[in-house]
Design a protein around this ligand. Structure first.
Ligand code: BES
Ligand code: MN
Ligand code: MN
Length: 462
């Protein structure tokens, strides 16, 4: 190990308290991008993190978009060395339901949690403020120990990841030259367990659709009209009830047409991870899989598509009863996609499938923001080798090549708009409760995460 790296790692170990204090300041800002009332807080988070990047020694600026601003920073002082673009997001999910938080979501604290040691509890602790700060802390340590970063680094922090990244494509388009690097580094994914590092090599895509079914031209008295009048809630639930068969498969024709089975080698690798299915389900209060029959949980999450109903709206839901036949009922769905599935094709097949099932006197309208396809990465670039070596050195074991059930829309955009591959390294865990009450990030995820990035930067320079 180079003498520099050794001192950088020492510096990280000596400054954990200061790093935690910075993270806590960041976590106190409720930067909820889906809620317009919190948009000033999003701007405050952007300003805070831009200031911090400037403190580290980057040339950082808050850059306006039509939505929440981007933060872009550069430190290009290593001619001849690779150039990486680091991506993370400073926005967080809404904290609701608030009553399920043991302490307020934007008052970060350290707690002892069985099996995890100390954990940082706050909305955004793991997704993604704690994760993105692991990279910034690594950069800070490099800068303060050696005056430089080992490679040329640009940073792009987004404030709309949790609301579908609407400003991203135009921003990448308008700033192509500035943002294109040799490689993107993304810290927004996880590990299979707390002791084993991981590189994510597959991400699911995402497409959304809202289905709005209208029957009668107004809400009706259910005594006066009940019987003859078609009820759109009944129509909607009946159709959506046919979306999956008894074996958990999606019934839309063509849904699986472009879905490739994973290779035998891949299946064997995932099986060798000895993933504890019972513990995974137990953590969320479940005992059995509701997915496609005969497939392991990792296979389902990492390599199979889903059709999910996220919300259903219609009729009277207030206190007491109201004898009504509603005029309208609607549902919001999202589809998780796997490589080679085309979001537009899936959405039109779904629309057609609904239309074919619509009874007399009902009409349907659809709303969608479209979608982003899944991504898969090839495994043998030199950068991948560098990252593997760096992670193995920090964790004392080789990194797992894992999939990810979630979606990070920018990764596909990096590829298509900037022609750039991404290296996805994250330190989150399945039990971090991201998007849920009492979100946490293990203190060791934070400290070893920063040490890991310090090593990855060194390896990328070598
Ligand atoms: N960090 C997550 C993606 C993720 C989820 C990675 C689970 C690893 C494990 C990201 O912030 C996220 O929540 N993405 C959304 C995207 C959507 C809002 C467009 C998702 O996957 O639902
Ligand atoms: Mn995230
Ligand atoms: Mn998220």
């Amino acid at each position: 190990m180079s003498e520099h790296l050794e001192r950088v790692l020492e510096r990280l170990d000596e400054t954990t308290d200061a790093a935690l204090a910075r993270l806590f300041t960041f976590l106190k800002i409720p930067s909820i991008s889906t809620d317009p009332e919190h948009h000033p807080e999003c701007r405050r988070a952007a300003a805070w993190v831009a200031d911090d990047l400037n403190d580290i020694g980057f040339d950082a600026r808050v850059r306006p978009t039509d939505g929440q601003p981007m933060v872009v920073a550069h430190d290009h002082s290593q001619p001849g060395k690779p150039h990486v673009l680091f991506y993370g997001h400073y926005d967080v999910q809404p904290p609701e339901p608030l009553e399920l938080w043991e302490t307020p979501p934007f008052e970060p604290r350290l707690a002892d949690e069985e099996g995890h040691g100390q954990v940082i509890i706050a909305r955004g602790a793991a997704d993604d403020k704690g994760q993105l700060m692991t990279f910034l802390e690594a950069c800070r340590a490099w800068k303060s120990v050696t005056g430089n970063l080992p490679v040329n680094v640009s940073v792009l922090l987004e404030g709309e990841e949790e609301s579908g990244s609407p400003s991203l494509a135009p921003f990448l388009d308008a700033n192509k030259d500035e943002l294109t690097a040799d490689l993107a580094l993304v810290c927004d994914t996880g590990q299979t367990d707390a002791k084993t590092p991981a590189i994510t090599t597959r991400l699911r895509g995402l497409a959304d659709m809202e289905v709005i079914i209208t029957g009668p031209n107004r809400d009706l008295h259910s005594g006066m009209f009940g019987g003859p009048a078609v009820n759109p809630i009944r129509v909607l639930t009946s159709i959506l009830g046919q979306l999956h068969n008894d074996e958990g498969r999606v019934e839309i024709p063509g849904f699986y047409d472009d879905v490739a089975e994973i290779s035998a080698e891949q299946r064997a690798q995932w099986a060798a991870l000895d993933f504890d299915e019972a513990a995974f389900l137990g953590d969320i209060g479940l005992k059995s899989s509701a997915g496609e029959a005969g497939r392991s949980l990792l296979e389902l999450i990492w390599s199979r598509p889903t059709a999910e109903m996220n919300g259903i709206i219609g009729g009277y839901t207030g206190p007491g009863t109201k004898t009504v036949i509603p005029s309208v009922a609607s549902a919001k769905l999202t589809f998780r996609l796997v490589p080679d599935q085309d979001p537009d094709k899936i959405l039109s097949a779904f629309k057609q499938w609904i239309e074919e099932r619509l009874p007399a006197d009902c009409s349907v309208a659809f709303k969608s923001r479209g979608g982003s396809p899944a991504v898969g990465f090839d495994l043998d670039g030199t950068e991948m080798q560098a990252a593997r070596a760096a992670l193995a050195a920090e964790w004392g074991r080789a990194p797992v090549m894992m999939g990810c059930g979630g979606s990070i829309p920018i990764v596909e955009a990096f590829k298509t708009t900037l022609g750039m591959e991404s290296l996805l390294i994250g330190f989150g865990l399945d039990d971090d409760r991201i998007h849920s009450p009492n979100e946490k990030y293990n203190l060791t995820s934070f400290t070893k995460g920063a040490r890991s990035w310090a090593r990855v930067l060194a390896e990328l320079a070598a």
